[in-house]
Design a protein around this ligand. Structure first.
Ligand SMILES: [Zn+2]
Ligand SMILES: [Zn+2]
Ligand SMILES: [Zn+2]
Ligand SMILES: [Zn+2]
Length: 353
């Protein structure tokens, strides 16, 4: 029983002998620390999932190594069970290897979490050194795994080396209410699929649910003083944010639409803003551009003017009964349907792609 991990390690060495070569030329490298600067509860790369051989893994879970640190066992076994099992696990904690892998004095490999917690090698008990196993890191980074938010609906399968980048923009991570202090104050956080309900309940005046071809008419009442507004547009399975900002200082109005999703996904969407005056049927302003991803700070989008920019004097020429009337359309570039149709259930598969 106590030899389980050792024999696994031996099997792996047989399967990928070159991966286990010591990289002594990199001996002086310091361990890299992961930097998760976004506000989400993104999981560390330690949890990256590499599904290879579920059956074999279940067997291992039933007979955990006596050498693994007891306080780690239940946690890592749980993680592995939800991961569906895999071969490329750290022999010290049994969780999947992350991006950085460190070696003990004998050349056995352990993950960065074990290294950062000063654990000793799960195979021989020696201390983990700063020596990285670059060949094994290369091998692990080229293997593919599910997004850590797979259980919440993210269908992406990515190279382990790309997962860290992806989880920063994964739409299935925990979202915070876009009506943050810059706009209004709301401290809600939750899953993307709960965001629409949250708006319906708490920010109904900012909630634009699109059904059929109905595109709501919106009104901006005060076109003189500075203000910022954000609306949630729910279209089919997709969620968009429409931002509007009136800047007294610049004497300009900025408008843009962002997809709550990855940059890659946002490139597949465009938005159109129609500004009109009901009393002057021939006067109309139309603006079209690509949606950006909400990963980009909207302030940067406005500052770099990658959005609709209207001089205050011009937008004032649309004022009718004290307010400006406009509509915001969102359209998929891959949809041969009338603007704003939202009945295509196939869209579900495109979320997060
Ligand atoms: Zn480990
Ligand atoms: Zn060792
Ligand atoms: Zn994802
Ligand atoms: Zn809110």
């Amino acid at each position: 029983m106590g030899n389980n991990l050792s024999s696994d390690e031996a099997n792996r060495q047989r399967n990928h002998p070159q991966s286990y070569a010591q990289s002594s030329s990199h001996h002086s490298h310091q361990p890299l620390s992961f930097n998760y600067s976004d506000k989400s509860n993104a999981k560390p790369p330690h949890d990256f999932v590499v599904v290879k051989n579920p059956q074999r893994h279940r067997e291992r879970n039933m007979a955990p190594s006596a050498r693994a640190a007891p306080r780690q066992q239940s946690q890592s076994r749980q993680r592995n069970r939800s991961a569906g099992g895999n071969e490329l696990n750290c022999p010290t904690c049994s969780a999947p290897f992350g991006v950085n892998i460190f070696q003990c004095g004998q050349g056995h490999s352990s993950c960065v979490l074990c290294k950062s917690q000063d654990r000793s090698c799960g195979i021989c008990g020696m201390a983990l050194t700063d020596m990285r196993n670059y060949l094994l890191e290369d091998y692990v980074s080229q293997t593919k795994g599910n997004c850590p938010h797979a259980e919440d609906g993210c269908k992406l399968v990515l190279k382990v080396s790309d997962i860290e980048t992806h989880i920063r923009e994964c739409p299935f991570k925990i979202q915070t209410c876009p009506l943050d202090p810059e706009y209004e104050t709301c401290v809600w956080s939750g899953k993307l699929k709960e965001l629409s309900n949250h708006f319906e309940r708490y920010h109904r005046e900012r909630w634009l649910e699109r059904k059929g071809d109905n595109v709501q008419e919106m009104q901006l009442n005060n076109v003189v003083s500075s203000c910022s507004q954000v609306y949630l547009i729910v279209q089919g399975f997709f969620n968009f944010l429409f931002f509007l900002q009136v800047s007294e200082i610049n004497r300009e109005v900025y408008m843009a639409v962002q997809l709550i999703g990855t940059k890659h996904s946002a490139e597949k969407w465009i938005y159109e803003i129609h500004l009109y005056n009901k009393n002057q049927s021939r006067k109309k302003y139309t603006f079209t551009d690509n949606c950006t991803s909400n990963v980009e700070c909207i302030k940067d989008v406005f500052d770099s003017k990658r959005c609709a920019v209207l001089p205050l004097a011009y937008i004032n020429s649309f004022v009718n009964n004290g307010s400006v009337t406009f509509k915001v359309f969102v359209k998929s570039l891959y949809e041969r349907k009338p603007l704003n149709s939202n009945t295509d259930s196939n869209q579900a598969g495109r979320v997060g792609n």
